[in-house]
Design a protein. Structure first.
Length: 224
């Protein structure tokens, strides 16, 4: 519910600039072009907005997942030419390829959690841990929510600082999906990029509405 309210508010906020854009672009004989571009923007904006809103709703549900203690068994950050591992004595830097590659199970656990490009500049620490839930031990894998924007050096610094919070052997809190105990995260809730997608969706839809206004105005002027 909160996700939809946010999305509607963003759309309303962009309504005035969109209307201004439409009035500014009002030119005779451009109605087909304006409606064509507007239709494309509208479809794209709606698709992006609905996808982002559904994703936000799913991530918000994580906030209500059950909490349990977990033991960190691997904590790493993979870069293009270096990699880092977090231990009790600090974050250790080493050449890329030094650490054992992820197992298939570990790769599946973190795939789609901000680490889709494993082994490249994903700026996402990879945290693996064991946790017990209702008498069964599970392997969990999670990325932590470091900024997805900013300069490369700053993002690496933030990622390493976050990595240091989860050294191998540490006890942390995992949030477990009660409907699927094999699913868990370290940091529940939405990430900044979801709100960015919602904002972009509102901009696209507002621009589309503005172009529709321009096209309608152009048609009216032509009849006059």
């Amino acid at each position: 519910m909160v996700a939809w309210i946010i999305w509607i508010c963003l759309l309303v906020m962009m309504g005035a600039p969109g209307y201004w854009l439409g009035r500014t672009l009002k030119v005779k004989k451009r109605m087909p072009v304006l409606f064509g571009i507007g239709g494309t923007l509208l479809i794209g904006g709606l698709a992006l907005g609905l996808t982002a809103t559904n994703k936000l709703t799913q991530l918000e549900a994580q906030l209500n997942w059950d909490e349990t203690l977990a033991l960190v068994i691997d904590s790493r950050l993979n870069g293009p030419d270096k990699e880092w591992v977090s231990r009790e004595d600090g974050v250790i830097e080493m050449p890329a390829g030094t650490l054992e590659p992820l197992t298939e199970e570990e790769t599946i656990l973190v795939q789609g959690k901000g680490a889709n490009r494993l082994g490249s500049k994903n700026f996402r620490p990879l945290i693996f841990y064991n946790y017990d839930y209702e008498g069964t031990t599970h392997l969990g894998g999670s990325t932590v929510k470091v900024p997805g924007f900013g300069g490369s050096l700053n993002r690496w610094d933030v990622a390493r600082e976050e990595l240091a919070r989860y050294p191998i052997g540490a006890t942390i809190t995992a949030h477990v999906n009660p409907d699927n105990p094999a699913e868990s995260v370290v940091k529940p809730g939405p990430t900044w990029d979801i709100f960015g997608h919602q904002g972009l969706s509102a901009v696209l839809i507002a621009a589309a509405l503005g172009l529709f206004v321009a096209g309608a105005g152009s048609a009216t002027t032509s009849r006059d």
